[in-house]
Design a protein around this ligand. Structure first.
Ligand SMILES: Cc1cc2nc3c(=O)[nH]c(=O)nc-3n(C[C@H](O)[C@H](O)[C@H](O)COP(=O)(O)OP(=O)(O)OC[C@H]3O[C@@H](n4cnc5c(N)ncnc54)[C@H](O)[C@@H]3O)c2cc1C
Length: 67
């Protein structure tokens, strides 16, 4: 849950940074573009976000049914 939350928030922050930097934010090799690619990857490895949502939903439902 912590990884999902942190990587989603990091994605929002870097997306705002790219927007603020305009064209430079998507120029290959610029600091913001490099950070964007690095942060984007966090939502794929060590548990892809979509899979994490499925796992969290399963565990939450199981806990709910156990009462
Ligand atoms: C920068 C980087 C570094 C990495 N480093 C390592 C490393 O050091 N060691 C290592 O072993 N691997 C590493 N990986 C691989 C990484 O673990 C895999 O990329 C990751 O597990 C996702 O697998 P995949 O790329 O085959 O995508 P897939 O599993 O094909 O997923 C593709 C898409 O489908 C979605 N998806 C898949 N299954 C489901 C499901 N059941 N329900 C809903 N959605 C689903 C995913 O969320 C994703 O959006 C690295 C990847 C990157 C990008």
């Amino acid at each position: 849950m912590a990884k999902l939350f942190a990587t989603d928030r990091a994605q929002e922050v870097i997306d705002t940074a790219v927007q603020l930097h305009g064209g430079d934010g998507v120029r290959s090799g610029s600091a913001v573009e490099t950070l964007y690619r690095e942060i984007r990857a966090l939502r794929i490895y060590e548990g892809a976000s979509d899979v994490q949502r499925v796992v969290i939903a399963r565990q939450t439902l199981a806990q709910h049914h156990r009462g």
